[in-house]
Design a protein around this ligand. Structure first.
Ligand code: 5AD
Length: 347
């Protein structure tokens, strides 16, 4: 099995059969070797640096009703909120003072936040923080809308494809949403010039090894600048309340595989991983992740942005806990970089 790992490291591509063989392998030595290789690649490309992104959850209102998500439209138990421009700017100011040079505005697909409003918000952040990167994570929009946000000053966009397989996509999303449309949006984002992020939930209901192989092959072809991989975690008020959470180990293996596939990629050690296992944040970094996204949202709103149960949003997960995060990263031999951390191709 190790020769497949070496091949991925050297050539950045494997066949579907080779990916499948790796994913179904049960040999602990192979997994240790994969992690070792991925860690070395990350170290040689980024040194000890871990980039930080300040995550601002701007609205938990959403027109979609995804079966896995805690802020789905039919969940009546969530207190809905949306941040004002002034509050968002306040979050950015706090973040800037703490050393953040990337602000990620993430939210549900909130119909009340019009294109004009998002555009004006991006423009205001751009004006006040000319040296910072602005990342948007606001779901599916038209090509024209993505273009407007880009012209207003946004640099990056996160839109996980969740699963590449259409049948599996339909198992996770109600009628009206499709993998085809999600992939179309990703294509537009790339063409417009955004540094584009995509990714999946690991262990979502109905996910098979064949689906993961499809995801690996899609990400290989698409070459996203950012790759977000987190375990599925059930939320009590969703149709998937009784489903099992995804596996932390499988999440870590996928992070390592993506690191070998795309050595220059920005790969976060996700909040979902940190929520699932106590040392998830560190384990993600040791598996080849090089980004963390502490929460910069106003403290009083944080628990309302519950995509899954017990979502971590305080302590080392939070912007005000940056010291704690720094200590935890130092303990495993890494340190926080306060650079913008844009994607750079090394070849
Ligand atoms: N478990 C884990 N991740 C989730 N997300 C949404 N709901 C869940 C859940 N129950 C992830 C999706 C989405 C990102 C913002 O959060 O992958 O793209």
């Amino acid at each position: 099995m190790k020769h497949f790992i070496d091949k991925l490291w050297r050539e950045h591509t494997l066949t579907a059969e080779e990916y499948r063989a790796l994913l179904t392998c049960r040999d602990a030595d192979t997994w240790a070797y994969l992690q070792h290789r991925a860690q070395k690649v990350t170290r040689s490309r980024f040194g000890n640096d871990v980039f930080i992104r300040g995550l601002i959850e701007i609205s938990n209102r959403c027109r979609n009703n995804c079966y896995y998500c805690g802020i789905r439209s039919s969940n009546r138990s969530v207190a809905r909120y949306a941040l004002t421009l002034e509050t968002i700017l306040k979050c950015c100011r706090e973040g800037y003072a703490a050393g953040f040079r990337t602000f990620v505005m993430q939210g549900g697909e909130d119909p009340a936040q019009t294109d004009e409003w998002v555009e004006a918000t991006v423009a205001s952040i751009r004006r006040e923080f000319p040296d910072c990167a602005i990342t948007l994570s606001l779901g599916e929009k038209s090509r024209e809308t993505y273009e407007r946000f880009f012209r207003a000053g946004a640099n990056r966009y996160l839109l996980r494809h969740e699963t590449h397989n259409e049948t599996h996509y339909r198992r996770l999303h109600p009628a009206g949403m499709s993998s085809t449309h999600r992939l179309q949006c990703l294509q537009w984002l790339k063409e417009i010039g955004y540094q584009t992020g995509t990714g999946i939930m690991v262990g979502s209901p109905g996910q098979t090894v064949a689906h993961l192989v499809e995801d690996l092959q899609f990400i290989e072809r698409f070459r996203p600048e950012m790759i977000g991989i987190g375990p599925f975690i059930p939320h009590r008020d969703t149709p998937f309340a009784g489903e099992a959470a995804g596996s932390a180990d499988m999440t870590l293996r996928l992070i390592s595989l993506f690191r070998l596939m795309h050595p220059d990629a920005l790969i976060p050690s996700t909040t979902a991983l940190a929520t699932l296992v106590p040392d998830g944040r560190e384990r993600g970094i040791l598996a080849g992740a090089n980004v963390v996204m502490p929460n910069l949202s106003p403290r009083e709103q944080r628990e309302k942005y519950a995509l899954y149960d017990n979502k971590a949003a305080f302590g080392a997960e939070a912007a005000e806990g940056l010291k704690k995060l720094e200590e935890r990263l130092r303990a495993i031999g890494y340190s926080i970089s306060k650079e913008r951390g844009d994607y750079k191709r090394s070849d």
